[in-house]
Design a protein around this ligand. Structure first.
Ligand SMILES: NC(=O)C1=CN([C@@H]2O[C@H](COP(=O)(O)OP(=O)(O)OC[C@H]3O[C@@H](n4cnc5c(N)ncnc54)[C@H](OP(=O)(O)O)[C@@H]3O)[C@@H](O)[C@H]2O)C=CC1
Ligand SMILES: CC(=O)C(=O)O
Ligand SMILES: [Mg+2]
Length: 761
């Protein structure tokens, strides 16, 4: 019997409180709207608003297609619901559906750079709902209907498809069907089955189930081999109870009446019904090498562990991200709309859906290239029973699926814009993705596989406690809370944090049995630097950073995170009294700036004030090393205010010298300089220097001095809308990370995970 190893078991990754805090943090909710044009001057106003705006108005009135050129319509999708079937939670109303709809909107942006807005319509009346949506066409390039109960969803979608000339797509129907069909094609291939003769039972006859059955029949499944069941059992020809026209269309000619009878000898079973609907007996009765997709959310019809106890020849998929083979519509809707929008499709037709199915199925059969391995937690999955479908963070999805969808739209005559250079289009699509989320996800996953003990040195602070709890909840390891126990408990109580859970450990420096060993260690290190024994005593007794760093130095913890109550350089000095740099390395700080789908590593943002040429070369090596470890092939630009000698100056001279040092060291990454930031980051500007050795825009920026590094990253954050992670400390002999003062709990968890990763995950 196969083992479901630890990684395959579900983890409870967040608590209810964390989920509420996440949604309430900063600006409530998950979305905001940003202008794409400057609104700074009188001229901007005259262009964007009156009188300039009248010109595109007239152009659109004369030719409606120009709305795609002059407005945001072409990249804008509305996520629309009335909240009558929110996930598996039932009819909780329009307002309660808003978090899910905002979530879908941000997934559109995150995965496919589609701008999206949620619209919750407060009616259960089908005609009212249709009337509300049908007039919104001018605002959007597409409509994604979500979480509307069956059978209303069928009526709503088909009427809106007739009434509107933009794609209207009910995600719970077709998104689910596309992903399930892709997984099924691969499972059939792996088990050597022909779809024309395969027997499939689908439990559930609602939105998702009906769409799945329709799609697989369109792909070639024989109608007589497909049996649909609902709460009343098999949907057979002649049944009258609990029927509707959509169920009737799939009523089977069969003598079976119960799910149990139907599943006997079945090759495939789809669960789109409810938790626990499949029994061990049913699974045991299926054909050899059965294909079981238990897709009910959040809990499947049967779990992979239960199936593994019953038989060892099944291919198993669920709708969840914490088991292998996740069949979930997030793999579809962002990319399907991306392709449809890019050719200004009037609809999403069957040809486009089948193209998406095949693109997704084919992707799982391809070798996973090096730059994609990060999305698979550093493993290179092989097409097989545990890998029939790519994961949502697979960066290849953004180019593979939209290209196939757009091509199918063109060929089936629903595209209003033709793309001729599909290879160029695929390259543009790849540039749209933001790789950092997959990088962080993979980093977290690696830590989860080898959990680490991380000291949270400022555990009396509320956001540190929240971060520690999240660290433990995400099964990243043990969070050691350093501080006075009574104060930690008081803070926890005030904040409503429950400390009585596994994965949290309180250490009170004053009561620790390790105090003497720590003092001896510190005294031995500092005695020739002007410190007396009692100074070491005082530092260990009274200072959390020294205590925590010594814990790490002596192996009582794997890593440490600090920084919210003390400024960066002071915290770093504290740590360096206890921990040396790694032999042959230099301690530097690297910040990750993430902006509009680009990730750049900026160094040194923490340690060297005015680096020498030699130090700049070291910084380049350390930063390139970090970029590579995080999955980015480094392209290092040695920055200055000048480019390749013009204008000249002392600082630029030093940067040029650093490049020569790197030449001598024969380092194994791309680098060049000195160059200005626009040359480094803008392909067109770089092309003016055809001799430049970088193969593309730089992703590692070595700053000429600390002040420029610090100023530029802070400006990126404040003015450029970038997310900045770090500075991440590299080059220390033990993993320590220092947050900025007042950092949020989510930043602290990231830094703790980065420390844990540095401890050898
Ligand atoms: N993995 C994924 O990406 C997705 C998964 N789903 C999951 O699919 C399920 C159904 O969703 P959806 O189609 O939108 O919901 P609907 O409400 O439209 O349909 C639910 C269907 O399931 C049937 N059903 C419920 N309980 C049972 C049972 N114990 N045995 C047999 N049939 C049952 C209902 O039967 P009756 O008609 O008799 O009431 C109905 O036909 C949910 O669990 C949902 O989480 C949905 C979308 C995406
Ligand atoms: C995944 C999804 O869309 C749902 O469960 O409704
Ligand atoms: Mg849904």
């Amino acid at each position: 019997m196969p083992d479901i190893d630890k990684k395959d078991r579900p983890v409870t990754s967040v608590t209810d409180q964390e989920a509420l805090d996440f949604h309430a943090m900063g600006r409530p909710g998950k979305l905001e709207i940003n202008p794409t044009k400057p609104m700074a001057t009188q001229r901007d106003l005259s262009l964007a608003y009156s009188p300039g705006v009248a010109v595109p108005v007239k152009a659109i009135a004369a030719d409606p297609q120009t709305a795609y050129d002059y407005t945001a319509r072409g990249n804008m999708v509305a996520v629309i619901s009335n909240g009558t079937a929110i996930l598996g939670l039932g009819n909780l109303g329009a307002l309660a559906s808003k978090p899910v709809m905002e979530g879908k909107a941000v997934l559109f942006k995150r995965f496919a750079d589609v701008d999206s807005i949620d619209l919750e319509i407060d009616t259960e009346n089908v005609d009212e709902f249709i009337n509300c949506v049908r007039f919104l066409g001018p605002s959007f390039g597409g409509i994604n209907l979500e979480d509307i109960k069956a059978p209303d969803c069928f009526v709503i979608e088909s009427r809106l498809r007739e009434l509107m000339d933009i794609p209207v797509f009910h995600d719970d129907q077709h998104g689910t069907a596309i992903i399930a069909a892709a997984g099924l094609i691969n499972a059939l291939e792996l088990t050597g089955r022909d779809l024309k003769t395969t027997k499939l039972v689908c439990n559930g006859a609602g939105a998702a189930a009906i769409a799945c059955v329709e799609l697989i029949k369109a792909m070639g499944f024989a109608p007589e081999n497909v049996i649909l069941c609902d709460t009343k059992g098999v949907i057979y020809q002649g049944r009258t109870e609990g029927m509707n026209q959509w169920k009737s269309a799939h009523a089977a000619k069969t003598d079976t009446r119960t799910l149990e009878e139907a599943m006997k000898g079945a090759d495939v079973v789809f669960g789109l019904s409810q938790k626990g609907a499949f029994s061990a007996k049913m699974i045991r009765s299926m054909a050899e090498r059965p294909i079981i997709f238990a897709m009910a959310n959040p809990d499947p019809e049967i779990t992979p562990e239960e199936v593994a106890r019953i038989r060892d020849d099944a291919i198993m998929a669920t709708g969840r991200s914490d088991y292998p083979n996740q069949v979930n519509n997030v793999l579809g809707f962002p990319y399907i709309f991306r392709g449809a929008l890019d050719v200004r499709a009037s609809t999403i037709n069957d040809a486009m859906k089948i193209a998406a199915v095949n693109a997704l199925a084919n992707l799982a059969r391809e070798d996973v290239p090096d730059d994609v391995v990060a999305a698979y937690q550093g493993n290179r999955p092989r097409f097989g029973s545990q890998y029939i479908i790519p994961v949502p963070f697979d960066p290849r999805l953004i180019s593979a699926i939209p290209v196939a969808v757009a091509q199918a739209a063109i060929e089936s005559g629903v595209a209003r814009k033709v793309i001729t250079d599909m290879a160029g289009y695929a390259r543009e699509l790849s540039a749209r993705r933001d790789p950092i989320a997959s990088t962080l996800a993979s980093l977290y996953e690696r830590v989860r596989r080898r959990p680490k003990r991380i000291v949270f040195a400022e555990a009396e602070e509320e956001q540190v406690l929240r971060a520690a709890m999240s660290y433990a909840n995400q099964q990243l390891g043990t969070a050691i809370l350093l501080g006075r126990e009574d104060l930690i408990r008081a803070t926890a109580e005030r904040a409503g944090i429950d400390l009585n859970r596994p994965g949290l450990e309180i250490v009170n420096a004053r009561l620790s049995t390790r105090v003497e060993a720590y003092i001896d260690y510190l005294y031995a290190r500092l005695q020739r630097h002007g410190y007396l024994h009692r100074d070491a005593q005082r530092l260990i007794h009274n200072d959390r950073n020294h205590f925590a760093a010594t814990m790490v130095a002596l192996g009582d913890a794997d890593g440490m995170v600090t920084g919210i109550t003390r400024n960066y350089s002071t915290a770093l000095e504290d740590v360096r009294r206890c921990i040396d740099e790694k032999p042959g390395h230099r301690v530097i700080g690297v910040s990750l700036a993430l902006c509009r789908g680009r990730t750049v590593f900026v160094a040194d943002t923490a340690v060297h004030d005015m680096p020498t040429a030699e130090e700049l070369a070291d910084i380049a090596e350390e930063a390139a090393g970090l970029a590579r470890r995080m999955g980015y092939p480094p392209r290092v630009a040695m920055l200055a205010y000048s480019t390749f000698g013009h204008p000249s100056g002392e600082r630029s001279e030093r940067v040029r010298e650093a490049v020569k040092i790197l030449d001598k060291r024969r380092v194994d990454f791309e680098y060049d300089g000195e160059m200005a930031a626009d040359v480094a980051l803008n392909r067109k500007v770089m092309e003016q220097y055809p001799f430049c050795r970088l193969s593309g825009p730089a992703n590692v920026l070595v700053m000429p001095a600390f002040h420029s590094a610090s100023i530029s990253t802070k400006m990126l954050q404040e003015l450029g809308g970038s997310t900045v992670i770090g500075p991440i400390l590299v080059g220390l002999d033990k993993p320590v990370q220092i947050t900025s003062m007042g950092a949020k709990d989510s930043d602290i968890v990231n830094m703790a995970a980065i420390a844990a990763y540095g401890a050898g995950s």
